[in-house]
Design a binder for this molecule. Structure first.
Ligand SMILES: C[S@@+](CC[C@H](N)C(=O)[O-])C[C@H]1O[C@@H](n2cnc3c(N)ncnc32)[C@H](O)[C@@H]1O
Length: 221
C-alpha cells in the first residue's frame, strides 16, 4: 500500500529492541501461516468464518497477553494489528507453540488498516491494551485515542459491540474518558480488570513503578 494516506502524527515509534534470532526466524517462517497483507479488503468474518466473535487487538507488543487471551477464548477470532516487527515475530512464535488457530496478524498502522481494509460493522470488539501514553504535552496529539479515531472505530464495530482499553497512565485514562464522553458515540467507563486479562511485561513494568492501571469499556451507541 504505497499510495495510502497516513496520519501526520504517528502513535508509535519504530525504534526499540532489535529482533532476536528467534524472532527473525519466527517472522520469516511463520508469516505465511499467520500474516495478512493489508493490500485490500480484509473481512474478519471471512478470515474467521466459524468464530463466534471477531476482535481486533491494536498493538500486541511482545504478544504474551495476546496469545494468552486467544487461548482463553478459542471460539473468538483475533485480528492483531502491530507495527513492531520483533513483537510480531515473538507473537507468532507463541501462537505456533500454543497451536492457536484463532490469530492473524497485520503489520501496518491501525489507522491505515481501519480506513482501507476493514469493512464497516465487521468487528465485535476492539482490544487496546497499554497504548503508548505520550506523556509530554507536546506529544499528546500522537495518542491513539482522539475524536477522529472514535468516529472511525464506531463505523467498524457492530451494533452492540465495544472497545476495551487498559492504561497505566492515569492522566491518559482521564483524557480517554473525557474524549469518549465528548464524542457521544459510545457509552461506558471504568470497569474492574477482567480476570482473563493477563499482565504483560509492559504492564508489569508500570506496576513496579507504582502506576495505577485503569480498565475502561465503551459500548457503541
Ligand atoms: C506500549 S506497547 C503495549 C503492548 C501490549 N499491548 C502490552 O500490553 O504489552 C504499545 C504497542 O502498540 C503498538 N502501536 C502503537 N501505535 C500503533 C498503530 N498506530 N498501529 C499499530 N500498532 C501500534 C506499538 O508498536 C507497541 O507495540
Amino acid at each position: 500500500m504505497s499510495e495510502v494516506e497516513r496520519p501526520s502524527n504517528r502513535s508509535y515509534t519504530l525504534r526499540g529492541a532489535r529482533a532476536t534470532p528467534a524472532q527473525v526466524a519466527a517472522y520469516t517462517s511463520l508469516w505465511p501461516s499467520y500474516g495478512l497483507s493489508p493490500s485490500g479488503i480484509i473481512d474478519p468474518r471471512e478470515i474467521f468464518p466459524t468464530s463466534e466473535a471477531r476482535i481486533m487487538e491494536i498493538g500486541s507488543g511482545m504478544g504474551e497477553a495476546t496469545a494468552q487471551i486467544a487461548a482463553h477464548f478459542p471460539n473468538t477470532g483475533f485480528l492483531v494489528i502491530e507495527v513492531h516487527k520483533p513483537g510480531i515475530g515473538a507473537l507468532m512464535n507463541l501462537v505456533e507453540k500454543a497451536g492457536l488457530k484463532n490469530i492473524k496478524v497485520i503489520e501496518e498502522d491501525v489507522h491505515v488498516v481501519l480506513r482501507y481494509c476493514i469493512p464497516d460493522q465487521s468487528l465485535d470488539a476492539i482490544h487496546l491494551y497499554f497504548p503508548d501514553p505520550w506523556p509530554k504535552v507536546g506529544h499528546r496529539k500522537r495518542r491513539i485515542i482522539q475524536e477522529e479515531f472514535l468516529a472511525m472505530i464506531h463505523t467498524k464495530i457492530k451494533d452492540g459491540g465495544y472497545i476495551h482499553i487498559a492504561t497505566d497512565w492515569i492522566e491518559y485514562a482521564r483524557s480517554i474518558q473525557r474524549t469518549f464522553t465528548a464524542s457521544q458515540l459510545f457509552s461506558g467507563g471504568v470497569i474492574d480488570r477482567p480476570e482473563w486479562r493477563p499482565i504483560s511485561k509492559f504492564e508489569a513494568q508500570g506496576i513496579r513503578k507504582g502506576h495505577i492501571v485503569t480498565d475502561m469499556k465503551y459500548y457503541k451507541k
